[in-house]
Every structure is written in C-alpha cells, then in structure tokens.
Design a protein around this ligand. Structure first.
Ligand code: AMP
Ligand code: MN
Ligand code: MN
Length: 324
C-alpha cells in the first residue's frame, strides 16, 4: 500500500486506534497524524482518541487529539490503527461510514483486516513499526520519530519481548538518529510509575493467587479498590507483566472490574501458552504472548473458564515434550 497515493486529492482524513489506548495506539496514530498533515497539506486531518495517560506527556501536539469525537459528515479516508474496527469505540461509526477504510495493524487476531485496504503484519512488534515501513523518509522529522519510537518501545517492552526483530532494532536505530533524548522517554514513559500506581501494583502482587502448580497466576482489582487508591484503568498497566515475571509462571492473568460482574482481562505468557487463542475464544484477541478480552461473571467464573483453556494448552505442550 502506498499511503500518500491512498490519500491523493482527498479533503478529509480521520485517524483512530483502540479504546483504552496504549503506547502503540497513541504513538502510531500521532505519528500518522503528523505525517499526513505534512505530506497531504490540502486535507483536513483529524485524530480521535481517548485522552492519553500522563506518561505520554513527552509527545508534542497531544492537545490536537479530539477526545470529544464530535464530527459531522463522512470522512474521505479513515484509518483504524492497532485494532480492528470493533475496538475503535466512539470512532467505529466514522470508520464504517468512511468512503475509504484503511486498517493498519499487527494483531494476529485481526489477520485479515477490517478495511477496504489492509496492512496487517502479525510478525511486526508494533503498529508503529508497520507504519514506519509505509512512510516516505523524506517527510519524517523528530516529532514523528518520537511518536513512532514511543509506539515501538511500549509494544516491545523496550526491545525485549520476542516480537522484537532485527528490523525493529534497525528502525529503532534510524529513529534515535533524529537526536531526541530516548533514555528520558524510556524512563519516564515506560518504567516510571507514580506512587499510587506502585501501591496498587503492590496490592495486586500481595493478593495474587498461584494455581496449576504455580504455572499460572491471577490477580484481580475490583472497583472499590480502584476507588480506594484513586486510580484509573491506565494506572494498572504493567501489573500483568510483573505477574508474568515470576519464576515458574507460564501464564499470568490480571483482571479488573469494569462493570457489574464484568472484567477486563489481560493475559501474558511464555512459549508454552498461546493467549491470543484463549482471548479470541472469549471474544477478545491480541498476540500469542499478550492478549486480552472482556468477560462476564464472578471472579471465580472467569478464572474457571480461562483456566480450562490454559490447562488444555499446557497439558498438550507437556505431552509433546514428554514424547520428544
Ligand atoms: P492488554 O492486556 O489490554 O494490554 O492487551 C494485550 C494485547 O491484546 C494488546 O495488543 C491489545 O491490543 C490486545 N487486546 C486486548 N484486549 C483485546 C480485545 N478485546 N480484542 C482484541 N485485542 C485485544
Ligand atoms: Mn495497542
Ligand atoms: Mn500494538
């Protein structure tokens, strides 16, 4: 796909990404927004996204993000990044009604794409990485580079997760060539947590439960606890990774209450469990080692349902290991 050809002569371009946006959703949409404003100057470009968490304050032009989702008329082109259209929240209708729908993503659970034009690369570590490959370098500048870099570091755990490839590193190298203070961005947007974020992390770890002989771990934060610590869902980012970091754990589950008997579930795993498969079964999706879904029922219902699928995968894996 040629990004600029797709936007040739158009008057209105809209961009959005998934609800509860993470670093990749924010970084990649911001990068595309700045790029198109520069490369397609005659078009009106709009970026719709839920308000980004404070840790993304290093990105310039955050004030240009429209979180009101107020817009009349249909877009000539609408981009859905880092998600399929069913996770665009209030932007879903903009996408559906657009004259041309373009989907750029890297989720294996969205392999066929949901647009008229689709670039979905499940092997890419982030949507920002896919986007870099679609951009003409002559239009890149420091602000676009910072936005892409932010997307890449957040989705690859700062070039650590197995979705990091030689290409990811090469792109990272090119981006830091723009001269921004990348260590500060990594420290302040990825690692640093507020005191309250650390407190709730501590609470989640304290109350976690191991099961299946310590191969799985789960922790849950309910609404009352979120109110007690005065935190919002984005303050819980990273808890599931910390659970996964525990020796012997192959699969970590973190869930928080979003409604009456309704939970947002996050799963992380190593090579033994394909959590995208588990999440997809329950109507969510994601990647092989990082996936999520929304589930109804009590805490115990959710764990019972998830653990059946996880146990089946672990048993199958163990049978294969014993055979070989
Ligand atoms: P999370 O656990 O929310 O950090 O998500 C892990 C990965 O799975 C991210 O790449 C998300 O974009 C993706 N993901 C989370 N929830 C869903 C869902 N309901 N449907 C599809 N993908 C999801
Ligand atoms: Mn994302
Ligand atoms: Mn992503």
């Amino acid at each position: 796909m040629n990004l600029l050809k797709e936007c040739e002569g158009v008057k209105t371009i809209g961009i959005s990404a998934h609800i509860r946006p993470d670093g990749d959703a924010i970084g990649s949409t911001m990068a595309l927004y700045l790029y198109l404003k520069k490369a397609v100057p005659n078009a009106e470009v709009k970026l719709f996204l839920e308000t980004p968490p404070d840790c993304f304050g290093h990105l310039k032009y955050l004030n240009e993000i429209d979180s009101t989702y107020e817009w009349e008329g249909d877009f000539d082109v609408f981009f859905a990044l880092d998600a399929a259209s069913d996770r665009l929240g209030k932007a879903e209708d903009f996408f559906k009604n657009a004259k041309k729908k373009i989907n750029i993503d890297h989720h294996i659970s969205n392999a066929s794409g949901c647009g008229d034009v689709n670039v979905v690369m499940p092997k890419a570590g982030s949507t920002a990485e896919v986007l870099f490959g679609l951009m003409e370098e002559s239009y890149l500048d420091e602000d676009i580079a910072v936005a892409l870099y932010t997307g890449i570091i957040h989705d690859t755990g700062v070039f650590q997760y197995s979705n990091t490839s030689p290409e990811t590193m090469q792109i990272g190298a090119k981006l830091i060539g723009y001269g921004f203070n990348f260590s500060k961005i990594i420290e302040e947007s990825f690692y640093q947590k507020t005191y309250l974020q650390n407190q709730i992390l501590g609470r989640a770890l304290m109350e976690s439960i191991r099961f299946m002989d310590g191969r799985c771990i789960v922790s849950c934060i309910d609404k009352k606890m979120m109110e007690f610590y005065n935190v919002v869902p984005s303050d819980l980012d990273g808890i599931v990774n910390q659970l996964r970091n525990i020796k012997g754990v192959h699969c970590a589950i973190f869930m928080y209450e979003i409604g009456l008997m309704e939970y947002k579930v996050s799963m992380r795993s190593d090579e033994k469990v394909n959590v995208s498969k588990v999440a997809s079964y329950f109507g969510g999706g994601g990647h092989v080692r990082a996936a999520g879904c929304t589930m109804k029922g009590t805490f115990h219902d959710v764990i019972n349902n998830l653990s059946l699928h996880i146990a089946a995968q672990l048993e199958e894996e163990e049978a294969c290991t014993t055979e070989s």
